[in-house]
Write a protein that binds this ligand. Structure first.
Ligand code: ZN
Length: 401
């Protein structure tokens, strides 16, 4: 008998350890620098806040909200013609989200292994990463040590309306990002208020500053995103147990009184709103599936030409008001058409406005990852007036399932 019990104990021990014995494969471009003890402390601080962000992210996905029993309820279309209302789904019912949750759990179970794939991106060469301002850099010794170029300098040099908008956002970055409220759904404050090292040390990208397709100059200067985890972020894990890691998790910031035109892409995307708006309709967004009957679809080689006609106030039926309590979570399926319109509403000022989100994509390693903007149908330039009511055409490409 004694032998049997001993055998069983060993088996249990093996099973328990097996649960946590995942194999992590880092991307080839993760460096392995040698740090002094002092530098290692800074790296560790950055890593700790990264883990807290990912941990809170997983928790918020798993916590039931709305009518969902197994996970958070996400808006997947802001207007559904069948019901005349928005359409929602329990977010972990999507297979890509289930995988993302599984991979995040593996990281949180064995953080020391995952850490081998963590890079501060201090010496990142794929493209330029920035810190918003000197004020933000001062928020953390980690950011000071990484010493990225400042976006305030970048936009000063750029000048013109895009430079002006960029300066307005980046000079006020700390105030804009601090005007957030994570209390309703998050177990900890994942904003710059709760994780100042992460938000000040991650590499920021002025994604549209040099992209004319976005057309609206105030938006082009007034939009930033950062990637904490993913193919171009700090934590670059290619595979866990031989499974491709599609999770791409970061954050975005958009300047008030700016409009992000209709756009689309192959990877599925998730936004969680952190900004508490100064009034109900300050921040609006829309998402419609590409095949929605609100839009017009024409089949072309390798894809669809989709026309979005928001004129005659049609757009008003599509857009919803974003906030951190009720309309806080949205999931965009592949090629879904979406937009963020921060123009109507109260008399906003830079200090009480803007849109800060926790941003993610779930499949960042297949098909085409590029974000594509819809174009005006009338062939006119449409600088500064590419709005929700401007008739637009989106050239969608088929994706491989
Ligand atoms: Zn998108």
């Amino acid at each position: 008998m004694r032998t049997v019990f001993a055998g069983a104990a060993i088996l249990v021990g093996l099973c328990v350890s097996n649960v946590h014995a995942a194999e992590f494969k880092c991307q080839d471009d993760v460096p392995a620098p040698t740090y002094t003890a002092e530098q290692q402390q800074l790296v560790d601080q950055f890593w700790q806040e990264t883990l807290l962000y990912l941990d809170a992210y997983l928790e918020v996905l798993k916590t039931p909200t709305g009518v969902c029993k197994d996970s958070a309820e996400a808006t997947i279309q802001t207007f559904d013609s069948v019901t005349g209302k928005k359409q929602s789904r329990c977010i972990l019912k999507y297979r890509d989200m289930e995988l993302m949750a599984k991979h995040l759990q593996a990281i949180l179970d064995e953080p020391d292994k995952a850490k081998a794939c963590f890079d501060t991106q201090k010496a990142y060469t794929a493209f330029q990463l920035y810190t918003p301002s000197a004020e933000v850099r001062k928020m953390s010794p980690v950011s000071q040590w990484i010493d990225r170029p400042l976006l305030t300098d970048y936009f000063t040099k750029m000048g013109g309306p895009i430079g002006k908008a960029g300066l307005e956002l980046n000079e006020n970055f700390a105030a804009v990002t601090a005007k957030t409220n994570a209390k309703a759904h998050w177990k900890r404050d994942v904003s710059i208020n709760g994780l100042p090292t992460l938000w000040s040390s991650v590499g920021w990208i002025p994604f549209y500053a040099e992209n004319e397709d976005a057309r609206n100059e105030r938006f082009r200067g007034g939009y930033l995103y950062a990637e904490v985890m993913g193919p171009w972020g700090n934590l670059r894990i290619e595979e866990i147990d031989g499974e491709s890691v599609g999770a791409e998790i970061g954050m975005t910031v958009q300047l008030f009184d700016s409009s992000y035109p209709y756009h689309y892409h192959h990877p599925q995307e998730i936004y969680m709103t952190l900004t508490a708006p100064a009034c109900v309709d300050q921040n609006k967004y829309m998402v419609l599936h590409w095949d929605s009957d609100q839009l017009t679809q024409d089949r072309v080689a390798d894809g669809w030409t989709v026309t979005v006609d928001g004129s005659s106030d049609a757009w008003k039926g599509w857009f919803l008001d974003q906030n951190p309590t009720e309309e806080w979570l949205t999931y965009f399926e592949r090629n879904a058409i979406h937009a963020f319109h921060l123009k109507e509403g109260c008399n906003a000022t830079i200090k009480d406005s803007g849109l800060v989100t926790v941003w993610a994509r779930s499949i960042s390693r297949d098909n085409q990852q590029t974000t594509r903007l819809c174009r005006p149908t009338d062939g006119k330039p449409h600088v500064n007036d590419m709005m929700p009511w401007t008739k637009a055409v989106c050239d969608l490409k088929d994706w491989k399932p």
